[in-house]
Design a binder for this molecule. Structure first.
Ligand code: ATP
Ligand code: MG
Length: 567
């Protein structure tokens, strides 16, 4: 219990502070994160997780993890497991408060009979088609169902027989008796229960009727003593129904509060669409590093700290908007800049031979692991006569201001010498540059007499005989255009799946012949580095092995977001 209200950082904390003042919940703050286990969590869920667990922590309250498993047809154990792993990985704990809406099935049923007894619910035999016709439109009121005035006894009998499996799937529903003329369509006698013969992962075949979300959710919140039931904006119209259910049952009433869901540019953010990408083979799985899923971001190399920082920075608002994915990238760059050790890797190798360097000589050069953090120490990198540099760091006919390697031009090799290009060998048929011959300035090593010479370009490189071959995977956005996920996605619209037309065929580039400095030999799965001049990279959690390293590019070095902020 908090006696000192927090400085409100968002409108929900402001509501909590008001509730402290009026003593609405006796000073308690109890939230929940209620995922439906029908897919993997995405970064939008991370926003909700950070908000719910964050508010609870800041107010010395509690946050439950509750699986909203009321729709057995779409749910799987795999999702339940992945969701728990993801919430934990993000750094949050529900302690012993792991719940399932299905734990309350008996209670839901009992409450439904109570509603029937109070004359507030009835069994309706209209077909789905008829139900739609009777429902009216936004501009026209609906019509009462001919079954609306069944007697309480008949309703009790029919509902029990629904439960006992006497009627076929979809033939009847239990509906709330509210108001078919309500301007809020949600209140036009919404369905509370439907008949569905589906095996449930927790209750097996015990039930052939399942409660609807709008009925199960408020009751679950009430049973768990939730104070602030935070959900996304599309549920705003459902709030009167949330309140109606609890009021009709005369049970404890939490407060539903809506906030804007997160949308990100260049990606999709709905489980349904993400599932399509997985099932139709656009990506390798839910954890494909291009996916905006928590598992995809983790495999890509994102850290929980960066994701939490991102969720903090985007804030909590009451109107929908789309966040530039550049901000998410900015957050991981800031985090990795401080903690990722530096290393050198060449993605598209071109052989460089230093003709005046002794053929059998190998020098051990010292390189700092992180210039931002001297305490991260140094490492040894070998230098020898034959090196690799990036193909595009050499140009036969350089344009103006090409401060890299070109005939007659000098560059500095990071942590090593200044070299000068003397000649090159070219495949006359293909035009491909096969190797570049250079000389080195022996005194130009760090601390040497000519080390201070002004040279415009510095290249990264790897000693050829010591290099470790690896695969590097470069990623681009999932969607090529700036298409954004539609905020209305949650209300499963029939709208065409044209988001897949925007799928970026160049979203994955695999480079099989990359050359890494030898210190990376034992890079553990999940370890992250900054490859100089190339970006941040993470050893793949699944495909990388000691004998065959695979690195994912987390993000490049260029920070478009920070640049845009500076204007
Ligand atoms: P999707 O549309 O991606 O399937 P959902 O809302 O159906 O998402 P749930 O499993 O029902 O997914 O969501 C669990 C919680 O996460 C809910 O409280 C929901 O409001 C929240 N949530 C889902 N998507 C987002 C998002 N993009 N931004 C913020 N919160 C979200
Ligand atoms: Mg949902």
């Amino acid at each position: 219990m908090t006696t000192n209200p927090l400085q409100p950082t968002n409108f929900i904390q402001a509501i909590i502070n008001e509730d402290y003042k009026s003593n609405k919940y006796g000073g308690r703050v109890h939230t929940r994160f209620p995922p439906e286990p029908n897919g993997y969590l995405h970064i939008g869920h991370a926003k909700s997780i950070c908000l719910n667990f964050g508010l609870a922590a800041e107010n010395q309250g509690l946050c439950n993890l509750r699986f909203d498993d009321t729709n057995p047809a779409k749910e799987e154990v795999e999702y339940v497991d992945s969701i728990q792993a993801d919430v934990r990985w993000l750094g949050f704990s529900w302690d012993d408060r792991l719940f399932y809406a299905s734990d309350y099935f008996d209670q839901f049923y009992h409450y439904a009979t109570q509603l029937i007894r109070a004359g507030k619910a009835y069994v309706c035999d209209l077909t789905a088609q008829q139900m739609r016709e009777y429902r009216g439109t936004l501009t026209e009121p609906g019509k009462d169902s001919p079954y609306r005035n069944r007697s309480i006894e008949e309703n009790l009998d029919l509902f029990e027989r629904m439960k006992n499996g006497e009627f076929p799937d979809g033939s009847r529903v239990l509906r709330a008796k509210i108001d078919m003329a309500s301007p809020n369509m949600t209140m036009r006698d919404p369905a509370l229960y439907r008949i569905l013969r589906a095996h449930h992962q927790r209750t097996g075949d015990k039930w052939c009727i399942y409660p609807m979300y709008d009925y199960a959710h408020p009751i679950s919140d009430s049973i768990e003593g939730i104070t602030h039931s935070i959900c996304t904006l599309e549920f705003e119209d459902h709030r009167p129904l949330y309140d109606w259910v609890l009021e009709a049952l005369q049970i404890y009433r939490p407060q539903q509060i809506e906030f804007a869901r997160l949308n990100l540019t260049n990606t999709v953010m709905s489980k349904r669409k993400l599932r399509e990408l997985v099932e139709q083979g656009f990506v390798s799985g839910w954890d494909d590093p291009r996916m905006p899923t928590i598992s995809g971001l983790r495999r890509r190399g994102y850290t929980p700290e960066a994701i939490r920082d991102f969720c903090e920075r985007i804030g909590v608002a009451k109107s929908n908007s789309t966040v530039d994915v550049g901000l998410l990238e900015h957050c991981i760059r800031e985090d990795l800049n401080l903690r990722a050790p530096r290393a050198m890797a060449v993605l598209n190798p071109l052989k460089v031979i230093i003709d005046n360097y002794p053929a059998d000589q190998v020098e051990e050069l010292t390189a700092e692991n992180n210039p931002e953090k001297p305490e991260m120490g140094t490492r040894i990198i070998p230098f020898s006569r034959e090196l690799f540099i990036e193909k595009d760091d050499f140009c036969e006919n350089p344009p103006k201001k090409f401060f890299r390697l070109a005939p007659g031009q000098e560059v500095r090799l990071k942590h090593a010498y200044i070299i000068k290009c003397e000649s090159f060998v070219k495949d006359e048929q293909t035009g491909e540059i096969l190797e570049v011959h250079c000389t080195y300035d022996e005194g130009s090593k760090t601390g040497g007499p000519t080390s201070a010479r002004k040279i415009k370009g510095t290249l990264h490189w790897v000693s050829a005989p010591h290099a470790i071959q690896a695969e590097v995977r470069l990623y681009d956005y999932l969607l090529a255009t700036d298409s954004q996920s539609n905020p209305e996605d949650a209300i499963e619209t029939e709208e065409a799946n044209d988001f897949k037309d925007a799928f970026n065929p160049k979203s994955l580039e695999r480079l099989a012949n990359c050359m890494l400095e030898p210190s990376l030999q034992n890079a553990a799965c999940g370890s992250r580095y900054q490859f100089l001049r190339l970006g941040y990279f993470c050893a793949d959690l699944i495909d990388s092995t000691a004998g065959s390293l695979v690195f994912n590019r987390v993000v490049g070095l260029r920070d478009s977001w920070a640049k845009a902020q500076k204007g």
